[in-house]
Unconditional design. Structure first.
Length: 416
């Protein structure tokens, strides 16, 4: 976590490097490699290493499926700050299949990689919020960034990076989203296939990205009501200082694995509005509301929440809204939380309880208990009064039952 936070601190003082391109190693290309730098010029013949394009859009328009675009350090997008995207070298304003605007619009199965990393390679829609998505991914098989080879994306009205329409098997790696009015990263999973659904799984991968200073750091939504073979994989991402949620995870009919991520100093760490998600080995600390908010009204059942550190949040460590069923919260550190409600205060819980888990109960005839065994609550004697967090009796309401015994008597290691 320290290394990621250090990189985030460096991003606040970005220098725009416009010197000679120095290549980093990238995956072997199966097609043509196209070159983009700040000293390039958009033209009919640009895109070679000796004659690079100025805009990423110009290279995308030349590329074919399987090609790679390598982008040098500097600024891309709104170069003169007028919000028009008509000046030489600026990205090409366009719209996606739903009529929403983007300036780097990817409609081909290509890789778009930076040569110097996210700190030095910026795609900005400017400050006018005239663009829905700074980067709009509308194709399957797209890779945006790599470890050490991503982008900083800012100025989107809806999102910095949006993956949507009917795209599949896209990878978003090593990028930073900062200062977007909506989400930093937004995945809108839409499946329009008919049964039998395709096998193997289609997978969306978000790995090693950072979201800071957005409304929501990372957002996932899904529109299907049946089980389809799709997986969303979040690994090694950081959400810090976002106004609403660090991670907003919602929708049904797909698998979601959330492993080794960090949510810190957001309005709430995680919002969960779907079923059967796996949340493990992550750090959810110091958020201004709950660490994890589970919305049982629209999902939030069958969750596996294991091996996390849910520490020092101003709200409850885990706040469960009514009708969430069959959840397991096990082998976590849950302590130092304030026990405040869903939005910093709650008429149900008030502001005086130190609840590690708030179980607001059920409107259902046959409620199921939350299994919260083998957690460390901040004291060898288990959940209860400070310095421990409480859970079960005193934090269960409206037929809610939380099973807390046996409990861990020593803290687990914090990772990441």
């Amino acid at each position: 976590m320290d290394n990621r936070v250090s990189r985030l601190a460096l991003a606040s003082a970005i220098g725009l490097t416009v010197g000679a391109v120095q290549s980093i190693s990238v995956s072997a290309a199966t097609g043509t490699t196209w070159w983009v730098t700040n000293q390039g010029v958009d033209s009919a013949s640009c895109g070679t290493r000796g004659k690079p394009c100025r805009s990423i859009s110009a290279a995308i328009e030349k590329a074919a499926d399987g090609d790679v675009i390598e982008v040098g350090a500097g600024l891309y997008g709104d170069l003169d700050g007028d919000g028009a995207f008509t000046s030489p070298g600026e990205e090409h304003y366009s719209t996606d299949n739903d009529g929403r605007s983007c300036i780097v619009c990817i409609r081909k199965a290509i890789k778009v990689l930076s040569l110097h990393g996210a700190d030095d390679t910026i795609i900005s829609a400017g400050s006018g919020q005239n663009v829905d998505y700074v980067v709009g991914i509308i194709s399957s098989g797209v890779t945006l960034g790599t470890d050490g080879g991503g982008f900083t994306v800012s100025g989107g009205a809806r999102a910095g990076v949006h993956v949507g329409f009917i795209s599949q098997n896209d990878k978003i790696i090593g990028n930073t989203a900062r200062g977007n009015t909506g989400a930093g990263f937004d995945l809108e999973v839409v499946d329009e296939s008919a049964p039998p659904f395709p096998v193997p799984y289609s997978q969306y991968t978000f790995d090693g990205n950072t979201a800071t200073g957005n409304a929501t750091g990372f957002n996932v939504s899904h529109d299907e009501t049946h089980t389809i073979p799709e997986r969303v994989l979040f690994t090694g991402n950081v959400a810090i200082g976002n106004a609403n949620y660090g991670f907003g995870l919602s929708g049904i009919g797909f698998q979601l694995q959330f492993i080794g991520n960090v949510a810190n100093n957001n309005g709430a760490g995680l919002y969960i509005g779907g079923d059967r998600y796996e949340i493990r080995n992550s750090s959810i600390m110091g958020n201004r509301g709950p660490g994890i908010l589970i919305n049982g009204r629209i999902g939030g059942s069958g969750l596996m929440i294991t091996g996390n550190s849910i520490i020092g949040n101003q709200g409850a460590g885990v706040y469960v809204l009514p009708d969430a069923q069959g959840n397991t919260i096990r082998n976590n550190n849950i302590y130092g939380n304030g026990g405040v409600g869903t939005a910093f205060t709650s008429p149900v819980v008030g502001n005086t309880l130190n609840c590690g888990i708030v179980n607001t109960g059920f409107d259902l005839a046959s409620p199921e208990a939350i299994i919260a065994t083998n957690n460390y609550w901040g004291s060898a004697s288990g959940p209860g009064a400070d310095p421990a967090d409480n859970a079960g009796k005193g934090c269960d309401f409206n037929q809610g039952t939380t099973v807390v015994k046996p409990f861990a008597t020593t803290a687990y290691g914090i990772s990441p």
